[in-house]
Design a binder for this molecule. Structure first.
Ligand code: ZN
Length: 160
């Protein structure tokens, strides 16, 4: 593994051992990392600063999120954050998922010291100290908000 790979993949900028373990576990065993053929919304997001790429796919069910999945590659922070996102918002109401995404972004961008109860997502709090990596952590969440805000008219309804 060369130096660039260590920086991109092996380096997890979190001091707390437990939190680092949670992040690496999601990175090595990502949840919901698969295609979602019947997706209602798909958003491709990338973070050129780090080389992270994420395709986020959603199945909606009225006011709820029935299923979420992602595909992609990139650093441990970006991929772990996407995995945690899928686990957190599956089955949530759309409005609650939006609120969670806003709280998560506020936590990382420093505008809120206390994000409330966000479960395992708290593990990513330490990324706040590394501004360059904040984009890695928020990539999937920005994609989620974009997907939820997509106008219905833009949805692709291809029945083939
Ligand atoms: Zn990254």
């Amino acid at each position: 593994m060369d130096y660039d790979e260590i920086v991109a993949v092996g380096f997890t900028p979190v001091d707390d051992d437990l939190y680092r373990e949670i992040i690496l576990d999601h990175y090595r065993n990502p949840r919901h990392k698969q295609a979602l053929p019947a997706a209602d919304r798909t958003v491709a997001a990338n973070n050129p600063l780090c080389g992270d790429e994420i395709d986020l796919m959603l199945q909606l069910d009225g006011e709820g999120i029935r299923a979420v999945a992602f595909e992609g590659r990139g650093c441990s922070i970006s991929q772990a954050s996407a995995s945690m996102l899928c686990e957190a918002v599956t089955g949530m109401r759309i409005g609650d998922a939006e609120a969670l995404a806003e709280r998560f972004r506020a936590m990382l961008q420093g505008s809120s010291a206390d994000p409330g109860d966000i479960g395992d997502l708290e593990a990513l709090q330490g990324v706040r100290a590394y501004p360059v990596r904040v984009k890695c952590a928020t990539l999937a969440w920005n994609a989620l908000l974009e997907a939820l805000h997509q106008d219905n008219a833009e949805e692709q309804r291809d029945s083939t």
